[in-house]
Design a protein around this ligand. Structure first.
Ligand SMILES: Cc1ncc(COP(=O)(O)O)c(C=O)c1O
Length: 304
């Protein structure tokens, strides 16, 4: 593999991009990461990183919670991300994974005093969901979403992803594509790696940040796209039964993009296909993210 990974500011060959066994983050999940897409636009011969500034803002916001710091200003870190994509020269759609973590040292929970390390790498990524066009079969997970007062779900804290992995594995092994997790109080929260939207009587609804969701950047983009189309879009608490009664349901996420949901726990949603509003928002999102809609070029950072 000829790809290069940036580790603490220096490029390292893919096969040598390793961490020490005593790395705090490996044992205790004390890392904060991001997931960013860059879409390659063939016609323009250009790759566009989607919402780079917002991803770096979220990363730095969450680093503060874990007391992680870096010797780089946000703009310098954003420039490093662009550099990694350019250096790897991939002329295809890619996923970028920056990660900041408490490094190697002696055993013990208190991490402060050891190194704050970071790495940035890139990998090719097509569809995250094979069935994104046909629509997803999902279940309501038996796992509750981690709650904010126990382990913050609002950012990409590595340790919190055990919750997502448990839900995802259960869903897939039970024959579903994805899970929807409820809060500990039983309200709709989100997918294992996606935010969820519901359409009912033309109104577009999504759970509020206070219902233990990741503050999704694609979620924010969809809210903007809805508002720009004069859809009535609201952030409000959603009950479990509202999922089954929805006219349309869909997930949003950097990896998952805009993915229609066609059944929940075997109950068919709407007419069992991707709903009209979902389809419209999906197309609008792809046009914006791929650099084909000049109204949203503010979301894009060209790489080459
Ligand atoms: C748990 C979770 N929810 C939602 C999302 C979607 O967030 P974004 O749109 O910022 O990618 C993600 C992204 O990976 C996620 O991990």
């Amino acid at each position: 593999m000829s790809r290069k990974v940036m580790m603490n500011g220096a490029y390292v060959a893919w096969d040598h991009a390793t961490v020490h066994i005593s790395t705090h983050a490996l044992h205790y999940g004390t890392a904060v990461f991001e997931g960013i897409r860059a879409y390659y636009n063939d016609g323009k011969g250009q790759s566009f990183i989607v919402r780079l500034t917002e991803h770096v803002e979220r990363l730095y916001r969450n680093m503060r919670v874990l007391r992680l710091t870096l010797p780089l200003a946000k703009q310098e870190f954003a420039d490093a991300i662009i550099d990694v994509v350019r250096e790897n020269a991939l002329k295809e759609d890619v996923y970028i994974r920056p990660i900041v973590y408490w490094g190697a040292g002696t055993v013990g929970l208190y991490p402060c005093g050891r190194a704050n390390d970071y790495a940035i790498y890139v990998e090719p990524m097509g569809k995250y969901f094979d069935d994104i066009d046909a629509g997803l079969k999902v279940c309501v997970s038996s796992w509750a979403r981690v709650s904010d007062n126990a382990l913050p779900p609002t950012g990409k804290f590595a340790g919190a992803y055990v919750n997502s992995v448990l839900a995802k594995v259960e869903a897939v092994q039970d024959g579903y594509d994805e899970a929807i997790l409820l809060t500990k109080d039983g309200f709709v929260s989100e997918g294992s790696g996606e935010n969820v939207f519901l359409v009912r009587n033309g109104t577009v609804l999504t759970p509020p940040v206070s219902d233990d969701i990741l503050e999704g950047i694609t979620r924010d983009a969809i809210i903007t796209l809805c508002a720009d189309r004069s859809y009535d879009v609201r952030e409000r608490r959603i009950g479990r039964t509202e999922l089954y009664a929805a006219d349309e349901l869909f997930f949003t996420g950097t990896a998952g993009e805009v993915a229609p949901i066609t059944s929940v726990d075997g109950i068919i949603i709407g007419d069992g296909g991707a709903g009209a509003i979902t389809q419209e928002l999906k197309e609008a999102y792809f046009n914006a993210a791929r650099g084909n809609d000049p109204r949203y070029t503010r979301w894009l950072t060209p790489v080459f």
